[in-house]
Design a protein around this ligand. Structure first.
Ligand SMILES: NC(=O)c1ccc[n+]([C@@H]2O[C@H](COP(=O)([O-])OP(=O)(O)OC[C@H]3O[C@@H](n4cnc5c(N)ncnc54)[C@H](OP(=O)(O)O)[C@@H]3O)[C@@H](O)[C@H]2O)c1
Length: 216
């Protein structure tokens, strides 16, 4: 199958790209700073860059789009004085608008494939049932990404495109840090099993990397 993964130059995105490549799938990884043709250039926040991706991929059926690129910019901000407007704008541009624009860019490619799927990497921090406080911007952005996925699932069902939303685990990446629970390898292989299992019967699901349904 043909897989497109955003933010595939490091972290969970790179681990997924490597594993799909090893499995023998046709892979397209994107990187916002790609220059050498090894990866497709895509800054998910940039409309011109999105246009470039759509042009490059024109006519190529895509079986699985993984919207993985994301930022966590408000770690450790103080409620009293932190969370400036620019941080809200930059986070939402990447984690929400970026997901939506990437889906739009590749919609015709997904429609060309049989049983196409979209996987949105959100977070357990999106859930209204987990509200320990803090990280207001990241939590709100991931909740919005979850909401996008739920609504895309409804809109795209008649097209035969299934949409799943996922918590990748607390992963030892640059974002997750060294003391996180699981390795990139564990997260990637767990997510791949989830994506394989995704179907129109389960579209709109919110699941963890290890196959548990997560409360919205
Ligand atoms: N790690 C965790 O514990 C954890 C937990 C829950 C959810 N997640 C989610 O999992 C996804 C991957 O996280 P990670 O841990 O692999 O993070 P990471 O190591 O920080 O990697 C983030 C990736 O996103 C890319 N990216 C950020 N902004 C972008 C933009 N505007 N355009 C294109 N690419 C952009 C980065 O590219 P550059 O190298 O160019 O910056 C990088 O490839 C994210 O959506 C994250 O929110 C992670």
């Amino acid at each position: 199958m043909t897989v497109v993964i955003t933010g595939a130059n490091r972290g969970i995105g790179k681990a997924l790209l490597d594993h799909y490549h090893t499995r023998g799938d046709t892979t397209f990884g994107t990187h916002r700073a790609a220059t050498d043709g090894h990866m497709l250039q895509l800054d998910v926040t940039d409309a011109a860059s999105q246009c470039g991706l759509a042009t490059h991929m024109k006519g190529q059926p895509v079986d699985l789009l993984v919207c993985n690129a994301g930022v966590y910019l408000d770690k450790g901000q103080r409620l009293e004085s932190g969370y400036p407007a620019a941080l809200w704008a930059d986070t939402f541009a990447a984690n929400v608008t970026g997901v939506f624009m990437t889906v739009q860019s590749l919609l015709s490619n997904l429609r060309m494939a049989e049983n196409a799927k979209i996987a949105i990497i959100s977070s357990q921090m999106a859930s209204h049932t987990r509200a320990p406080g803090g990280s207001y911007i990241y939590r709100a952005s991931k909740a919005a990404a979850l909401n996008l996925g739920r609504n895309l699932a409804s809109d795209l069902k008649p097209d035969g495109i299934a949409v799943g939303i996922y918590h990748p685990g607390w992963v030892r990446s640059d974002m997750g840090g060294d003391s996180a629970d699981i390795s990139l390898e564990e997260s990637a292989t767990g997510l791949m099993a989830r994506f394989d299992a995704l179907s129109l019967a389960t579209t709109g699901c919110f699941e963890t990397w290890d196959g548990r349904a997560h409360a919205y």
